[in-house]
Design a protein around this ligand. Sequence first.
Ligand code: 5AD
Ligand code: SF4
Length: 448
Amino acid sequence: MKTFYIETFGCQMNAHDSEKVVGTLVEKGYQQMAKPEDAELVLYNTCSIRDKAEQKVFHRLQQFKYAAKNGHSKKTFGVLGCVAQQEGERIFERAPHVSLVVGSASYTKLPELLIQLEAGNQRVTGLSLDTNETFDTPFTRRDNPHRAYLTIIEGCDKACAYCVVPFTRGPERSRTSESVLREMQSLAGSGYTEVQLLGQNVNSYRDPSPAGLDFARLLAATGEIAGIRRVRFTTSHPRDFGRSIVDAIGEQPTLCNHVHLPVQSGSSAVLERMQRLYTRDDYMRRIEWMKNAKRDIAITTDIIVGFPGETEADFNRTIDLIDEIEYDSMFIFKYSKRPNTSALAYEDHIPEDEKTRRFMILQERQRVIQMRRNGKYVGRTEEVHVEGYNLATGQWIGRTSQNKTLNFHDVELPAPVEGRTLTGQYLDVLVTRAGPNSLAGHTQTLLQ
Ligand code: 5AD
Ligand code: SF4
């Protein structure tokens, strides 16, 4: 039996790609190992969104360079995903013990690449970006039996000045709505109740089949599939985010009331230099749709601080934007130079310590906002999908439709016992405490 190990970095798209890679390898007779030490084939599915993410894989490979002297010399190493696509054959120079380099658009070719590897070929690559096939494999090996990822669109046709994704994941390719809905029905048939629709920009989804659904109609259709209780989607680009998406969420309770809408900056001047294709006002209009929706929609975002040329006044516009919107949660990033991107040519790059200062200010401001927002949930009952049990805290971990973590105590089953678990169930939980990053409570039965 041939053995492999895979470690995944980066976004949910990458996590799902790894599930597809694992499924393909298992189908080809490979066995997955929990530790790299035990595997003949060691794979890293990599991310290059920021420099730090990219460095991780080279650190890992470096670790094994030394380990090779201690009996790991027979291992085969493969680099997959975004760093593979970006660096290509240069990876062989930086890490000569690597034998396989495969970009995210070339996983369909994995079986034939493996045959070349098994034949003893030392330098095997799959780096084409022009593939029209989306990686639609029946062998996907999903880790979580309740919550599944499902790709609806791959690649990205935008050209944000800071972003490497169009170079690593290629142009946009939408799957047909029939294929998406068929996979969703089959997921429901296998017992999945929650599905997350994935794409770099799900809002620009265009059904290539005669049904011709746009994203809002596809979303509404997924929400009607019997057995599916929750549908999520990520990620949205504000420019393509239409009001019909908000209306669909308002109408259909199975569509989770959470939207991740990356704003990146509160300054229209910075947005223009980022080539984001919307102004602050355009963005605020989308926020208004959500704030006026029939259901209480949680809104989260991504922000980049220290984009080249970001002045103190620009930064202050971001601060007043987050004060005005009061996001439920936010990821803040310090601008990081990426290869091939147009922002590299910009002047006035911001010093690292100034980026850090802006990062800390935003982080603290947002912590207070989240504390206040989450505090409003105390006393409310929220439905959670149970994700697991935390041994350290002795609490079940649940997630609300709004994507908030709600840790809770259950009197009937305080902890999982042989053959009994709450994982995968939907339960009503009374919220009794709130912190900036999570809620806590107990099931109603405690009160009776
Ligand atoms: N530097 C910093 N943050 C970045 N992001 C994307 N590219 C960069 C970069 N070069 C952030 C954006 C995006 C999130 C996934 O990562 O905020 O929404
Ligand atoms: Fe990282 Fe972007 Fe690639 Fe996802 S698509 S793995 S975030 S570089």
